[in-house]
Design a protein around this ligand. Structure first.
Ligand code: DGL
Length: 273
């Protein structure tokens, strides 16, 4: 048994998809979430910058004494997996759990969408190909989507979102994917708009939810789950505006709880080292 909290981090709202799944799977666990909203989006930044941000995020969570973490960010998981290792706690990225799920679901045509950084790094594609050489794979970057999601455009019929999704997924539609990896953790928040574009038959893989499941298995294998007779607490830290984040976060986290959201400046992350 380990009563310490679980950490979850991302550049912004996307990581909440992992939080949502963890709270379903492990309702008694305390969770500390860090959304680096002061520096979102990560997707167009250089690999060196993303590596540094990943390290800073993990350091911030370690200061809050987390026992394990989900790197709920496709960009970090694709570009800086080595920064998630060797910090003394288990840290699950999203690439491998998402690939495993996609290969379990597909009939042979898998598409991946993610940020420019993730797709350029090629981690999803490489792993899909090495685990299943016969699988047809198409990976495309969708840089229009994260800024829209962070600005609150998430409703399936939102006109700006519908237009951006249609443009972004044109080649995926033509490819005829049967399974689509939502390789950026922001994208499950617009699953409705994606299904409207690709049809309800498409199998969607929520990378962050898969990583949350993987972490659950890891913790239970180490006998490191918490036990308490009350629901776990959720503490949210953001490096941008807490008020703005609260307005959007409430939409994605079900439950009557009042969200406890605090601000920490990005500079504070930099000083954590
Ligand atoms: N949600 C993140 C990802 O999964 C980052 C998106 C961004 O900051 O560009 O890639």
């Amino acid at each position: 048994m380990d009563q310490r909290p679980i950490g979850v981090f991302d550049s912004g709202l996307g990581g909440l998809t992992a939080v949502r799944r963890l709270r379903q799977l492990l309702p008694e666990e305390d969770i500390v979430f860090l959304g680096d909203t002061g520096r979102v989006p990560y997707g167009g930044r250089s690999p060196g910058t993303i590596r540094r941000f990943a390290e800073e995020n993990v350091s911030f969570l370690l200061e809050r004494r987390v026992k394990a973490a989900v790197a709920a960010c496709g960009t970090i998981s694709s570009i800086a997996p080595e920064k998630l290792l060797g910090r003394g706690i288990p840290i699950c990225g999203v690439v491998e759990p998402a690939v495993e799920k996609a290969l379990a679901l597909t009939e042979g045509r898998v598409a991946v969408i993610g940020t420019e950084g993730s797709i350029r790094a090629g981690a999803y594609e490489r792993l899909l190909k090495s685990r299943s050489p016969e699988c047809r794979v198409l990976a495309r970057a969708c840089p229009l989507l994260v800024p829209l999601i962070e600005a609150g455009h998430t409703e399936p019929e939102d006109p700006a979102l519908t237009k951006a999704v249609k443009t972004s997924l044109e080649e995926i539609r033509a490819f005829g994917a049967d399974t689509l990896i939502l390789g950026c953790t922001h994208y499950p928040l617009i699953a409705g708009a994606i299904r409207r574009c690709l049809g309800s038959g498409i199998r969607l893989v929520d990378a962050a939810a898969e990583a949350a499941e993987k972490l659950t298995t890891v913790l239970s294998g180490r006998d490191a789950l918490a036990r308490r007779d009350r629901p776990g607490e959720l503490h949210i830290w953001v490096t941008g505006s807490a008020g703005r984040f609260a307005a959007l976060a409430g939409r994605f986290l079900s439950g009557p709880e009042t969200l406890c959201i605090r601000h920490t400046p990005p500079g504070r992350l930099e000083n954590e080292e």
